[in-house]
Design a protein around this ligand. Structure first.
Ligand SMILES: C[S@@+](CC[C@H](N)C(=O)[O-])C[C@H]1O[C@@H](n2cnc3c(N)ncnc32)[C@H](O)[C@@H]1O
Length: 225
């Protein structure tokens, strides 16, 4: 989010940007509690801050949901769902959506917004998904994988591959590498996903600051036999 400052940042914007910058350098288990602590502080103001720091973020999310062609036959999992900025739009189009996040305060904000008990909320760590194989037809994630090491990202992709149904779709919204070194390059996304078994990997720029990463979970050789 740090690239999205305007010319006259107020105290709130400066503080949020600083927290986001600190957050991007927190990696590994021993610091994970600090991530939760940061999001616990930010949770009540998260949507407000995101709308100001990233004025086109909701449009980018709509683009992600469109590009994944989420429809009434889909069961969608949203990783690191936070306050539900992706989970809620996805759940409106899907048969059902589930958001998973490790920070209770963020899930609490989502719980306050949701109507009719939809979507489902799970407190958990995306590195070890508490779902059976072949549970979802699509998996989304937005601005959360950055905080994981490369090995952890690959672990998450293997988990996503496991919980996706055959021919399931994966879609990820993230920052463009050109806007900051904290964001992986298109080639890195491509290679991590392909190494985890995904095919048809595509990384497309959306507006000035976003990458939309898409991939399909095709049949493995073992499943074909
Ligand atoms: C920048 S927020 C993004 C939230 C939401 N996806 C959005 O687009 O607004 C990152 C979220 O990822 C969650 N998170 C970070 N690491 C996680 C992990 N290992 N497992 C589950 N959630 C995690 C945080 O609690 C936080 O809610």
């Amino acid at each position: 989010m740090n690239e999205l400052t305007n010319n006259k940042p107020g105290w709130w914007k400066r503080m949020t940007v600083r927290l986001a910058q600190i957050d991007q350098h927190i990696r590994g288990d021993c610091w994970r509690w600090l991530v939760r602590w940061l999001y616990k502080i930010m949770a009540p103001f998260y949507d407000w801050g995101a709308d100001r720091l990233m004025p086109d973020y909701r449009q980018a999310i709509a683009h992600l949901v469109d590009e994944l062609a989420v429809s009434a036959s889909d069961v969608v999992l949203d990783l690191g769902c936070g306050t539900g900025m992706v989970t809620l739009p996805a759940s409106k189009r899907a048969q059902f959506a589930v958001g998973i996040d490790m920070t209770p305060a963020m899930l609490h904000q989502l719980q306050k917004k949701q109507a009719n008990g939809r979507p489902g909320l799970v407190r958990g760590d995306v590195r070890c998904l508490p779902f059976s194989n072949n549970s979802f037809s699509a998996v989304t994630t937005s601005f959360m994988l950055l905080r994981l090491t490369t090995a952890e990202k690959q672990q998450v992709f293997r988990e996503v591959w496991r919980v996706l149904k055959k021919n399931g779709r994966f879609g990820c919204l993230t920052g463009r590498h050109e806007t900051g070194n904290a964001y992986p390059t298109a080639a890195e996304w491509q290679s991590w996903l392909e190494q985890s078994g995904f095919r048809n990997v595509a990384v497309a720029a959306y507006r000035d600051v976003y990458y939309l990463v898409k991939a399909n979970r095709v049949l493995s050789q073992h499943e074909k036999n």
